[in-house]
Write a protein that binds this ligand. Structure first.
Ligand SMILES: *Cc1c(COP(=O)(O)O)cnc(C)c1O
Length: 411
């Protein structure tokens, strides 16, 4: 988002006219930013055969999936529905990694039938998989290296009590199942969670995977998951992907030499690709002065962007309707019957009823975590692509809310 003489723009397009056309609340994404994030990350791992599998749970709109496929991305999916959307977006089944957790075996069978790359994260599932398919269908194994990434327990999935992955200490057990059932293990996977700041955490996990790889001679790839930290707040320390890349490339090359073959190196970025490319634009309904606070009450809430309330996440907010106003302090709150605060004590250009506020970093886990709580419709989504604003999802309607509801005859 840029401030020009004419006002705020995104991808070269004026923002306020987009809101006039499509209404608020509105999700807006900048395609150029997504593309540049993709290449920045990919280039950081130059020197090895690196593949990025976009973790599409971050933002699952089919047009975003198509955009990233055009750049060469694969897909990381956590449900059969995500994979099906990926197929609709044009991904080949063998470009889609299926990394679910605690799903039924029927869904894994469906994924095999679709031809997806299967990632297994539980021992009895592995056993069942081997009994069903033997060596006819390969699979990747999700290991838990018990590495803690970041300080927030909500988004750390590699620690000892995590429900994700098979413990790295159970590799001998995995090996026993694999050998006895003739399973072909084509990849090893870890995802330590979000908020990785430096190469150190990756490398600690990587070394454990390299060690485990000795037990699996048929590997084609190693998947180091994601967790690249992005900037939410001025002054936030972010992942230095260039520095991380250099170190990982060096260690991966070394590993391939030891292993005796060059493998592919995979990552599954979600947030890194789309977070800073997206904005939630909301309309100010009420400016409410109480004894201690000035609230800016907007026509959106935790139903549209849950991260501030669920993770205590900081999302920068800008009043795009009044760029030359005086600074004042506001708490920006939603219209849901919960304490749904987007931001406490924010310095904003003076807010008037009807102003449009832009909530930053709304590209990842924004729309995809939204709900219809309070029977509110979800916003429309717009993608700015090559200087044009494209509607990529319609705003919901009352008909949509009632679509699957059936009225029982109470007579
Ligand atoms: C959510 C998830 C990701 C993406 O994480 P980000 O922090 O958004 O980059 C990658 N891999 C797996 C298995 C995930 O569940």
């Amino acid at each position: 988002m840029k401030l020009t003489k004419k006002g705020y723009t995104l991808g070269g397009v004026d923002l306020l006219p987009i809101v006039e056309e499509h209404g608020a609340p509105l999700y807006v994404y900048d395609a150029e930013k997504i593309v540049s994030n993709y290449h920045e990350l990919k280039n950081a791992f130059a020197g090895v055969d690196v593949h990025l599998k976009y973790a599409c749970k971050a933002l699952t709109n089919i047009s975003i999936l198509k955009l990233l496929r055009k750049e060469g991305a694969g897909l990381d999916t956590v449900s059969i529905e995500e994979a099906q959307i990926g197929l609709k977006a044009g991904y080949e089944p063998n470009e889609i990694l299926f990394t679910p957790n605690c799903i039924g075996f029927e869904e894994i069978k469906q994924a095999v039938d679709l031809g997806l790359i299967i990632n297994i994260d539980e021992l009895s599932t592995l056993e069942r998989f081997g009994n069903e398919y033997g060596g006819t269908v390969p699979c990747c194994i999700r290991l838990n290296p018990h590495i803690m990434a970041g300080g927030n327990s909500h988004i750390s999935v590699g620690h000892i009590d995590s429900k994700f992955g098979i413990s790295i200490y159970q590799v001998p057990h995995i090996k026993r199942i694999v050998d006895n059932l003739g399973i072909r293990v084509n990849g090893l996977h870890m995802h330590t969670g979000s908020d990785i700041l430096d190469a150190e955490v990756f490398l600690r996990g990587a070394k454990l995977l390299y060690e485990a790889a000795k037990s699996f001679p048929e590997l084609e790839f190693m998947d180091f998951g994601s967790g690249f930290k992005v900037k939410y707040k001025e002054g936030d320390v972010t992942a230095d992907v260039k520095a991380i890349g250099k170190q990982i490339v060096a260690s991966f090359k070394e590993f391939c030499k030891d292993y005796g073959r060059d493998l592919q190196l995979w990552f599954e970025p979600g947030k890194y690709l789309v977070s800073n490319a997206g904005y939630l634009l909301v309309d100010v309904n009420v400016v409410k002065q109480t004894t201690s606070t000035v609230f800016a009450g907007v026509n959106s809430g935790q139903n549209h962007l849950l991260r501030p309330m669920m993770y205590d996440a900081y999302h920068h907010i800008v009043n795009i309707s009044n760029p030359s106003g005086t600074d004042r302090i506001y708490s920006v709150v939603g219209y849901i019957c919960e304490s749904d605060t987007f931001g406490y004590d924010r310095r904003l250009k003076e807010v008037r009823v009807g102003d449009i506020l832009a909530i930053h970093n709304a590209g990842a886990y924004g729309f995809s975590m939204s709900s219809n709580y309070n029977s509110r419709c979800r916003p429309a989504e717009v993608l700015i692509y090559k200087g044009q604003a494209h509607l990529i999802r319609k705003r919901e309607s009352l008909e949509y809310l009632l679509m699957n509801q059936l009225e029982v005859d109470l007579a």
